[in-house]
Design a protein. Structure first.
Lengths: 345, 345, 345, 345
């Protein structure tokens, strides 16, 4: 059985394991105040070209989203996001648990537009009864989205412009950031993110690390007292250097991006294999997740040798499924999948 | 410089590192539903003799405390604990953040008594205005306490009896559980915990793991839907098997207890070294934390070669300091400290 | 200017004012533990035929909704309701503020169906990832709805049946309960509510009282410690007897229902006046809110002499507006409105 | 039986009842946006000499405290207050319910000092582990305190100075504000409050109104979006004008202060009656609450004809009790109590 169910099936890239081994007996202060975290933060500031940024390391994505959002909103404010946004669907109400409504907007291929956000903000603030409604206080997007699609630079710029007009922060969930930045057709560079968003994170868990998400506040004013919030949300790792060590490795000589690029290219091959047999896709995308729409028979047939996720019901005869590649996907696994598709459909 | 500041200065015991290496490319389901977590849970059920127990793995202590407490209380309920309890002092209000008041009781050497708890419960429930006050809905103790002291079996039994009378759960924070169970003079056995408490956890972070806390619900009814709460609190690790793998190692052939015992014995030597020179202690205890009361000159002198924490102001001339041993403390380090004390005080 | 903007434009029905005057210097215990509250609760139990019920009095609707919902849900649970539900739209996130997600379902004329609720519950509980999602723990409906429509007895029965199957409570927001029960075509009787729902309230604010909502728990087990929650949510009125006194008056000799019936009949006249001129309505309904769809010119013309609310944009030329009647609406006001419509459209 | 149990035993002063009667059929917008609320706010601005202030009306004290505190704090912040503070003891954890820890300081006669507050702030901010602790973000005091004592102008100035140094707001719970300002020995004037605090409220419930608390933000920046928070906390009364109408009456020609002064003078007579017989008091104070310490026999004897509260156990033979006067206390009632004391002790 060859597994494509998700991009967190394995441990971590071998370089990280080696770094953990080498540093294991070092004695450092806890809670992220160690030289590894400092150096990793510096590397992130360098790679994303935001020398003034505050960088904080957390363990996982749900924790990061809830902590960042709680750090920015007042109690009567909510966060605008796509209906399909991770915070709206798959975090067991962590945002609501800290008191804030998720203000979901209809999504197109997992994305929301500047026009939608502007409309929501204008509608709220011009409503006579606005004080009876949750005030939009922040915008959350995922890059890439939960459907593996990416925003163009122009789309991101427009979203950020609206946010600036209304003086609310734009927060980019980058759990799969690298896969997005390395996707073919992506015209956003790492150095664009600090300019086009107010808070973003560089996901580790799904991109070669054992765990870890690096939150970047390009303009430190928004990060005031953020460490208190990390601690309150249970995200302050005692042995914080484990996060620093991992990001030192990932940021070293572009490893983070190399791993992502390789996974994206392998996903392209999967896409191409399905496309060449005439299958369509739930969305057109170029990152490490592939969502072919397959007839039930094809799904059953593939299931014998390959692991993947059933993603969404499409019609009587077909479902959309998801194949994920990752830093750990072997070239051989892709070749087998290609061969199977070629010969069986 | 030899470091005794805390018991989380280093990475993890080498056996864990090796297990992570060996399992690194295994492909498993995420979120704790993998064979390693299953096996580790079985081992914990066996070691603590609670075959019916539900076992859940979380990343860190603050997260674990907040999640467990939120899972048990209704909104108008609070948690009784020692004034010096970790949840009351050092978790940035994580418990309040999920809506619950910490009902602090005066502590003696870090401990609270069954009589105090009974008095608090009786006072509340007999008060005409009780509905205007937070209802005690749970008791939280640490074993060992934040001052490294331990409850006797009788004390624990009495606490549990009160809790049973009032039908509220007794929750034992076991961030340093092993150090407590292996302390000289401890008359509580692993198998007593499921009988004498309702929820407890087996701390990993401070006892040889990179991170991790294993929560045990001896009677599964209290664990209903607990995984939802873990997820909501941001404690559900995507690569959950990292926790399972670590606990498999720690529970194997008693490693967890061996590491703790060794650290306790090394701490005993530190205690003895100070005691033999006539120093007194903030508390009398037998676990891996040592709290000698030292004159300022002695503190300064020791600081040149040894790292330790200033813990508490005592009087004009003296402070209490803390030396911690851990699974990682080298025998050589203890010998040097002993020698220094012997020759300089 | 004759006002139809809402059903809370005036003070209270004169009988209540008189009762407040007569009881003003009585000395009673505070916080709802006085003879007036006791007697009013008895009267409600009698009128709604639920002799075992617990009855609690709160000040306003948002407070009541948030308090009831918080009293029933565990932290990972949310409340199913219509997209147009008051808790979803017009309470500034009070439900989220106490930690719970509102799980909005598409509404038809303000209503949700048993089939929708069943589908949502089945979908949740059969989802492999359910622990990553908010668990539906309650159903909230408004009777009448925010659009003035009412559930039929069969619809309510079906909703309750689903809730019972899944063992979650059905909560009926009765801010305008009387207007619903007295609506023409309503086949639900007061005595049906305790049988067909688990919690409901008898709204006072919009039905003749200065303020006040009487929450009824037909089966007291669901009301455990509810007074603690009222207090915590700031809803426990010091001079609680003010609520008791008002409900004594409203429940006396059916006054509550008479006032509602009269308002409904006046609304019927407004509806008929518009209908006879060929206007259509946003919804077909029979309670005290009327939602004609009017061209802009008609809206402007009416605005000169009548106050009403612009409710919803319909198309380029027309908006839906809302006219409300209430216990306080004068027959003369309706006659003038009828005349105006008759002569001008 | 003559009742002195509390200052909210009766309805309201007759002038308010009359105003409610006269305005009953006026039609006004809801939610506090009516001419009565506007005028009442103006009167409060005038009486307290704070022409720039924002004034908001809420229904009750617990609601007001929770709403104000939630409006000022970030999630990791808590509120400093006296251990005996109402928010710490008697509000069923409403503050914690919105996520914030109450940071209780030992009180002297119900009061805390500037020195205590400064010490707490300095201790927090100089602590190496401060991010693991709740950050003090606000100071709450009651004036008068829960023990009926009052701060001197100098004490209040000192508290405010500390708060300004640390840039955190000083919030004065004025549920019994009038009784404090009119107390003999009080050297604080109404116009001092806007200068010496950042937020305060003018309590109505216990001082002649049916209900109501008027929150004053002398410097409006702190009130940003406060109405959203009122709504979220369930404190926005639909018929908001009821609050405006009551405060119009109370602020008219000094009625609020006259009622308070009269009650304070009656309380002085109660105090004097007990003092002349040699009884001591739990605290020395001059407001409308009197706390004599009485032997059990005296308590029993008094109980036959007078209602009062048992407040606190003092020793084997004696308890402290509480007698309250209010705007409604009749001179005759005081005379009877005086006579009883004179003849029986």
């Amino acid at each position: 059985m060859i597994h494509f169910e998700s991009d967190y099936l394995e441990g971590c890239c071998p370089q990280i394991l080696e770094a953990l081994r080498q540093t294991n007996l070092e004695q450092t202060l806890g809670y992220g105040e160690d030289p590894h975290c400092e150096k990793a933060a510096d590397m992130i500031r360098y790679v994303f070209d935001c020398p003034e940024a505050e960088v904080h390391f957390l363990v996982g994505g749900t924790q990061t989203n809830a902590t960042v959002i709680a750090s920015q909103l007042r109690p009567h404010q909510g966060v605008l996001c796509a209906e399909s946004g991770h915070i709206n669907i798959h975090e067991t109400g962590a945002v609501e648990s800290s008191g804030h409504k998720v203000l979901a907007l209809p999504a197109t291929d997992g994305k929301i537009s500047a026009a939608q956000v502007r409309q929501a903000l204008e509608a709220h603030h011009s409503d006579f009864s606005r004080e009876h409604m949750v005030q939009p206080g922040m915008v959350y997007i995922s890059f890439p989205t939960e459907l593996g699609t990416i925003y163009s630079r122009q789309e991101l710029e427009e979203l950020h412009t609206v946010c600036q007009e209304w003086e609310i922060p734009l927060f980019v969930d980058g759990a799969r950031l690298g896969y997005g930045l390395e996707a073919s057709g992506c015209n956003i560079l790492p150095k664009d993110l600090p300019r086009l968003s107010d808070i973003f994170y560089v996901g580790g868990t799904k991109q070669g690390a054992l765990f870890g998400e690096a939150v970047v506040f390009p303009r430190p004013a928004l990060a005031e007292d953020f460490r208190y919030l990390i601690k309150q949300h249970g995200g302050m790792l005692a042995k914080g250097r484990l996060l620093g060590i991992q990001y030192e490795v990932l940021m070293n000589e572009g490893l983070y991006f190399q791993l992502a690029r390789r996974a994206d290219r392998l996903a392209d091959r999967v896409r191409e294999a399905f496309r060449s047999k005439g299958f369509s896709f739930l969305v057109e995308n170029t990152t490490n997740q592939v969502f072919p729409i397959l007839p039930h028979a094809a799904i059953e047939s593939l299931s014998a040798g390959f692991g993947f996720e059933c993603w969404q019901h499409v019609d009587e005869e077909r479902d959309a499924v998801r194949f994920c590649t990752s830093w750990a996907t072997e070239e051989r696994a892709i070749a087998e999948l290609e061969a199977y598709i070629r010969h069986n459909f």
